[in-house]
Design a protein around this ligand. Structure first.
Ligand code: KPL
Length: 307
């Protein structure tokens, strides 16, 4: 099978590195020419639990036409880049190509289905942790489950095929029949952790063990849960605050992706995380002051003069 991963950031490199040992043909698609050159010459290097980094040399290109039609395209670009990444990836998408988004936040499905039929699309979440150390250099910051699911029942076969590919590469994966609750479940965890860690410049663990941060996290998550409830989404766990606290503990030593973005002076995914909760809440007439404030504070941090 030909697998194309769009986005050579932390997660894209991690998945490419983990899939590199499999029997599949692997391509990375990356718009940044600097990253393409660096990875083409030095390869991908994945550091796992302090061991010697595993180095692999996947094919990498900025032009999707070089890769040809893919069996599976995995989108791991930042949420604000989804529409552009799908346009750039069109040459690898044939009538049978499975397109999987494992991106953070909400809104990716809508952006992708503007160009790709729903029958080809799978969505999912991953609890794999990755810290970008440099171009093509990643630290595997924790192994976690990847959950994937179709948007329409006919897509189940595709979801099971991707699950098989992941599992045979040692990436734990499960298939969910209804993916929306899974996406909302991850959204609430990200809404509770990402902005706070970026604003306070702390590792994930501090949100779980510092009472003032935990109090803000609880409010952000509870607001998001109220929005999900009003939309009729039943979350994949009984208590979203407990779940978020568990993830803080499980990823205590990680820097969240939003912390990493702010530290590197990059745009964040705030609009697809806390911002999307604010958008839904406004439409529903629900108050979400904490999510609103977190969104504004991260927007302020994105201004070059602030961070
Ligand atoms: O998904 C994450 C992220 O950083 O984006 C969490 C779960 C917070 C782990 O770091």
């Amino acid at each position: 099978m030909k697998i194309v991963i769009a986005g050579a950031g932390a997660m894209g490199c991690l998945f490419a590195g983990l899939l590199a040992g499999s029997r599949h043909e692997l391509w990375l698609l990356e718009k940044d020419a600097g990253k393409v050159d660096a990875i083409r010459s030095a390869g991908l290097s994945i550091e796992i639990s302090g061991a010697e980094p595993a180095v692999s040399m996947p094919s990498i290109t900025a032009y999707a036409g070089d890769a040809g039609i893919a069996d599976v395209l995995v989108l791991l670009v930042k949420a604000y880049d989804t529409a552009a990444a799908v346009q750039a990836a069109l040459p690898v998408i044939g009538p049978q190509t499975t397109v999987l988004t494992l991106q953070n936040g909400l809104g990716n499905i809508e952006a992708i289905t503007r160009a790709v039929p729903q029958t080809l699309l799978l969505a999912g979440t991953t609890a794999q942790g990755a810290t970008l150390l440099g171009n093509g250099r990643v630290r595997h910051a924790g192994r976690g489950e990847t959950v994937i699911g179709p948007l329409v029942p006919e897509g189940a076969v595709r979801a099971h095929a991707v699950q098989e590919i992941f599992q045979s590469a040692g990436i734990p994966a499960t298939v969910a029949e209804d993916i929306q609750p899974v996406l909302w479940g991850k959204l609430l965890v990200n809404a509770g952790i990402n902005a706070l860690t970026a604003i306070m410049r702390v590792k994930n663990g501090r949100v779980g063990d510092m009472e003032p941060l935990q109090a803000v996290m609880r409010r952000a998550v509870a607001e998001g849960a109220a929005v999900a409830q009003r939309l009729g989404i039943s979350l994949p766990y009984p208590d979203p605050v407990v779940r978020t606290t568990e993830i803080c503990c499980a990823t205590a030593e990680n820097f969240s992706s939003m912390y990493q973005d702010i530290s590197l002076g990059r745009r964040t995914e705030i609009d697809s995380i806390n911002g999307v909760i604010v958008e839904y809440a406004n439409r529903l007439g629900l108050p979400v002051p904490v999510n609103c404030m977190l969104t504004r504070m991260v927007h302020a941090l994105e201004c070059p003069s602030v961070s």
